[in-house]
Design a protein around this ligand. Structure first.
Ligand code: SF4
Length: 315
């Protein structure tokens, strides 16, 4: 079946991150994941202890650098590894681990400005929580976004507060909207993270999460598969049969339903997860990432559907 979807160079039926970067920068661009050693209000007791129930020791930054090393060393090591494959690539420095706007503004500035001075860094991606954005930080991010390609990544995971409570997220959907709107009003690119398969979430809820986020005017979305990692609260809950992991075929159906609801201009930065295989309890099928991505492609072809084919702007 002929694929007429415009925002992919490799025959996908969704707006791929690679397509976006290639066309924007005319070069291979990859993210270099850093760990600046920040903490999180869910961990230090400001909002909660223990973190979100799925959060690993590394604070959702399992592939980021070593926080004991300076950013310049982390950057060099990770970059050099990836460089073997793409010698002419450029980079987006990615502050990935924990909450990367949760520090005094001077500390944040020092970190961000340092990495922006590294050779061939064309942009900055900052992972954080919406309740850790205030006016001062938003103003600085606005100024930064005029100087570089900036994306602020907000970990929402679910729009349902009942799920937020179950996973110990310690902020509400309304809190999210408040922080999100501060960024949006300043024309800052926002990527929203959602997780499919959280405890208590039905397929309809997962679809509803995307329906709501698709209507916010986001720059990009990351659709994650819930990964249960060793030594997390969720690992215990799974052991006690408090919830079930998604099967591959369920996941494929959910993702395809979700893609159909996302406007075609929204970039899909991720449609599955990248679990550390040493720590992953399940779903183990997710380790075969290419199989998962192929199954999604096949299902989109079988349906003859495209990203955004069922998107409706809400009133
Ligand atoms: S907000 Fe992020 S870093 Fe903080 S506990 Fe939750 S997953 Fe971990």
């Amino acid at each position: 079946m002929e694929n007429k979807f415009p925002f992919s160079d490799d025959n996908k039926r969704y707006h791929t991150w690679n397509y976006h970067l290639r066309h924007k920068f005319n070069s291979k661009v990859f993210k270099v994941s850093l760990n600046a050693g920040f903490t999180c209000p869910n961990i230090d007791g400001t909002k909660g202890y223990g973190g979100c129930t799925y959060c690993s020791d590394e604070g959702s930054g399992d592939f980021a650098g070593n926080p004991c090393e300076p950013l310049s060393i982390q950057f060099e090591k990770i970059k050099n590894n990836m460089h073997k494959k793409w010698p002419d690539a450029k980079y987006i420095a990615y502050f990935q681990a924990r909450t990367n706007t949760y520090a005094p503004i001077d500390v944040l500035k020092k970190c961000y400005e340092e990495v922006l001075s590294f050779d061939n860094v064309v942009g900055l991606s900052i992972a954080t929580r919406a309740d850790c954005i205030d006016e001062e930080i938003a103003d600085y991010l606005e100024e930064l976004s005029k100087r570089t390609y900036l994306i602020v990544e907000l970990g929402l995971q679910s729009t349902f507060d009942e799920t937020g409570e179950k996973i110990n997220r310690c902020h509400t959907y309304e809190d999210f909207l408040h922080g999100f709107n501060m960024l949006k009003q300043r024309n800052i690119n926002v990527c929203v993270h959602l997780i499919n398969g959280l405890p208590g979430e039905t397929k309809d809820m997962m679809i509803e999460n995307v329906r709501k986020v698709a209507n916010l005017g986001v720059h990009s979305i990351k659709l994650h598969l819930l990964h249960v990692l060793k030594k997390t609260v969720m690992a215990k809950q799974l052991e006690n049969n408090e919830f079930k992991l998604l099967e591959l075929d369920e996941y494929v159906q959910i993702i395809c339903d979700q893609l159909e609801l996302i406007p075609e201009n929204v970039i899909i930065q991720r449609i599955t997860g990248d679990g550390d295989k040493e720590k992953l309890i399940g779903p183990l099928w997710s380790l075969k990432k290419f199989v998962v991505m192929n199954e999604i492609d096949k299902e989109m072809v079988r349906r003859n559907s495209y990203q955004g084919c069922k998107f409706r702007k809400s009133e």
